[in-house]
Write a protein that binds this ligand. Sequence first.
Ligand SMILES: [Zn+2]
Length: 512
Amino acid sequence: MASSLVRGKYVICKVNSRTDTQVIEDGAVFQRDGTIIEVGKHQDLAAKHQPDEVIGSAEHVVMPGLVNSHHHIGLTPLQLGAPDLSLELWRARRMAARDVNPYLDTLYSAFELIESGVTTVQHLQARVSGPLERIYGAASEAIRAYQDIGMRLSYSYILMDQNRFVHEEDDDFVKRLPPDIAPEAMKLLRAAAIPLEDNFALFEDLHKNFNHEERVRVQLAPANQHWCSDKSLTMLKEYSDKYRVPMHMHLLESAYQKVYAKRRSGTTAVQHLHDLGLLGPDLTLGHGVWLTEGDIDLAAETGTRICHNASSNLRLRSGIAPLNAFEKRGVRVAIGIDEAGINDDRDMLQEMRLVLNLHREPGMDDTVPTTSQVFRMATEHGAHTTPYGNDIGTLEPGKTADIILMNWKHIAYPYLEQNVPVIDAVVHRARTQGVETVLVGGEAILRDGRFTRLNKEDIIEELAASLRVPLSAGEKHRQQLSIKIFPHLKQFYDGYLDGQTHESFYQMSSKH
Ligand SMILES: [Zn+2]
């Protein structure tokens, strides 16, 4: 490894509060062997250090690498044939997806993430059929993809041990299916499910084999309340404590899940998790659209984190998470693009802008997202949903040198009034085309817009070629089953929300 001086017209170091971001004009970061040694004025640092290399110029803006705190796959569900439907119905269409090479698939979205300034990803893998060895193989391939491209990874394989089709016991649902579908549905279930203990064996193997790697950490991911029995949730907590790893859990993504929670335990999903001892700073709730006022208080009191997946919540008709209420109570919120953003890609800069603008409620009080707040969500708060919480997310001495450089001209040309704060300009105007260089642990994995370790065009062509073959018998079979089972899923949810509320979704999710 080596040292470098990373310089810019502006260096965005860290966010101090929702209205205050620390920016150094004509600044620089000196890093050695991947650790930030000093941050300050370029002039001072250039006089003091003898770096092996100078990266950037007085025409760049330097900032911490972004963290996508909720990610699953490469090719998007739409690319794989699943249109945007209500989440619970969409699952039926997702069953029909083709088998995609996990290594190439992971790289496909990694290219997009890095090009939009993401240096760390929370990869939550799912949907691999058993047995255990097959899942381990897919997990290893996904991890290898990130290692090859040089990205920082927090990896989990999602644990699900019940209610795979709808929000009830699988056997009960399958029993009601017509005789021509039931046996096939049961076969699919058996293929997908692995014994509960195997999930923990998978975690332990992955943790043992990869957690020591410099840019890989392995953590735990309870799928969601309806997908996890109390037994599995309790075990997950035990493993999280034993291995000291955080957990990322989808929760209250849809109104259906809110109703399910009440039916299951007579209380809210958040309260139920609290009763089982899971809440705390080591737990991040993915989505969190349908928390009640009391749930938000509980999240704030316990330090439980939330990952806001705004695009996904819009696309799958889940609702709008009450971000302003989270912020008001001091809940720390990260940003996740989930499977794909509103442009059907993984553009973190655009996702940040969506978060900035989606919650601009009418009025004049300081209650809506600020640019500093959104930047912190995409950096420091995201970092804390992973095991790298203390190492990344800000540019300060002692932190890891995960740094992005954007061309200031892409943001400010042909004109930008002097009084526009740098953080406003970046959050409102930065585009992926302006992201020139991306450093992870001090190493440039993207330099002047080119990937340094892999040939992007060749890999994407390899992915395309791998899918230029006829559907396998298994793939065809899943597609047919998905069409046949769809009306039965829909029927299950008929009347499920009756008696809830007839207010608009936005009002429902903000008022409860
Ligand atoms: Zn998700």
